[in-house]
Design a protein around this ligand. Structure first.
Ligand code: GUN
Length: 293
């Protein structure tokens, strides 16, 4: 069994990005600039956004954090999105989800200029991705593809199961893995809460992507010998043991599943760290106008 080390790979990618940022600055180009909009005080969102801002500093990006209380009007938030679209110093921005119930996430996402949509959530970017055209790919699926690439994991012709059909992870990763590409060319089954005989589908798969957000859902009995298991779950639960008072739980029972795997990602230290570097990569791509010249 080989551990897929998201900590090591994400650190390597940050070094690569920092080197490229320095080269851009040396050539007199502007510093890549990511903005993040955070509404309310959800603990998990606070942690994620703080991680994104810190990562910007580490690679030499500029970052701007815009905060609003959770009772902000939808129209005020939409105005902020329009301002960020127009602001020429900002290369890309994200609006951290989830948003309060009185704000339409879809309306907000669709207001973002696709050229600055470094989360890859806008229908234009998702549509382009489905067609195999250059697009901003959302950070978690992009991070998973990068791990697969860097570990040389073969996907062509393999059976792959994605458990969970979210717009952010399950749907896009199922499309990326089935695309005519390397990595890609897998035979993908997308499972969800209505899937019958889910255990059997998972047990028949060479590659398992667990992205449903249910701690410990994938057990050893569900995984075939030699499978590749990618755990996208990051459920935050209270803990007396950690300094922060929280710990992260994956969707896979790591201790019992790992001995059966050829490769497995841990939680924490797996996919989560890749999500942040993929966002940085997308911001660099936006700054260089590589997708939308
Ligand atoms: N909430 C959970 N994951 C994400 C993400 O990747 N981007 C944004 N904007 N919100 C999220």
């Amino acid at each position: 069994m080989q551990l897929i080390d998201g900590k090591k790979i994400s650190a390597e990618i940050k070094v690569e990005i920092a080197r490229e940022v320095q080269q851009l600055k040396d050539r007199g180009c502007k510093t890549p600039h990511l903005a993040a909009v955070l509404v309310g005080h959800d603990g998990a969102s606070e942690t994620y956004v703080a991680g994104k801002v810190k990562a910007c500093e580490e690679v030499g990006f500029k970052s701007t954090l815009i905060r609003y209380e959770s009772d902000i009007d939808e129209s005020t938030l939409l105005n902020t999105v329009h301002e960020l679209n127009r602001n020429e110093d900002i290369d890309g921005f994200i609006v951290q989800l989830p948003l309060p119930d009185h704000i339409s996430e879809q309306k907000v996402i669709e207001a973002i200029d696709p050229r600055k949509d470094v989360d890859g959530f806008h229908p234009v970017n998702l549509g382009r991705m489905v067609l195999g055209l250059p697009a901003f790919i959302s950070a978690t699926p992009a991070g998973i593809m990068e791990l697969i690439k860097r570990y040389g994991i073969q996907t062509s012709g393999k059976s792959c199961v994605v458990v969970g059909r979210s717009n952010i992870v399950g749907k896009p990763i199922s499309i990326l893995l089935s695309q005519k590409a390397d990595p890609g060319d897998a035979t993908v089954t997308l499972c969800h809460s209505r899937t019958r005989n889910l255990d059997d589908v998972v047990r028949a798969s060479d590659i398992v992507i667990a992205a449903l957000g249910k701690p410990g859902f994938v057990t050893a009995g569900m995984v075939k010998e030699g499978a590749v298991v990618i755990d996208v779950g990051i459920t935050r639960v209270k803990s007396d043991v950690t300094k922060s008072g929280w710990k992260l739980l994956g969707d896979v029972r790591f201790d019992e599943v790992a001995p059966k795997c050829s490769y497995i990602t841990p939680v924490p230290g797996g996919v989560g760290l890749m999500t942040i570097v993929s966002l940085l990569k997308n911001t660099l791509i936006a700054a260089k106008h590589e997708i939308y010249p």
